[in-house]
Design a protein around this ligand. Structure first.
Ligand SMILES: [Fe+2]
Ligand SMILES: [Fe+2]
Length: 177
């Protein structure tokens, strides 16, 4: 594919900007719980490390938003609140739930980023390379989450489904408005 459709390009940057910011907010919510009611230093360190990478991802898309004069999604303030709440709540439920939250989201993101890579043309080489690199990071986050005890068995399967459906809805909305 030679040239990227401009409308699709804007949607890609808008939604990724929102998603990476959402990831930071989820981790902020988890850290808030882990610093207060649910103290767990080893889990905290794992999350801090992943959060640093999400920051790097977010900053790239934030620069693109500014450089290309793309409107960020109107939903940002709402995603911020929901992200922190999801992070806080999942960490309160315990390590398995906290890590499942990462695993569930990253499984959706993997599909999402692969989908985007197919829509980007050769005129967006740098953006494609960034998304490929970020998706590698996301897959590492998913693997870390499973290594650290994420499970989608039993009652956790409900949480897995809710997070996945929620993420998909958030993606569709953030692309458009
Ligand atoms: Fe990320
Ligand atoms: Fe991630």
């Amino acid at each position: 594919m030679e040239k990227t459709n401009q409308k699709i390009l804007e949607e890609i940057i808008r939604v990724d900007h929102a998603g990476e910011r959402g990831a930071i907010k989820i981790y902020e919510g988890q850290l808030l719980a882990l610093n207060t009611i649910k103290q767990d230093n080893s889990l905290k360190n794992i999350i801090k490390e992943m959060k640093e990478q999400e920051k790097e991802h977010y900053e790239y898309f934030d620069k693109q938003i500014q450089k290309r004069k793309i409107k960020p999604t109107y939903m940002l303030p709402i995603w911020d609140v929901m992200g922190v709440a999801l992070g806080f709540g999942s960490a309160l439920l315990g390590k398995k739930a906290a890590m499942l939250c990462t695993a569930s989201v990253e499984e959706i993101i993997d599909e999402h980023y692969k989908n985007q890579l197919n829509k980007l043309g050769n005129d967006e080489k740098e953006l494609k390379e960034k998304i490929e690199k970020f998706n590698e990071d996301e897959n590492n986050h998913k693997n870390t989450a499973y290594e650290e005890g994420a499970t989608n068995k039993g009652v956790y399967s409900i949480m897995d489904k809710l997070i996945k459906v929620g993420s998909k809805i958030a993606i569709s909305i953030s692309e458009k408005i």
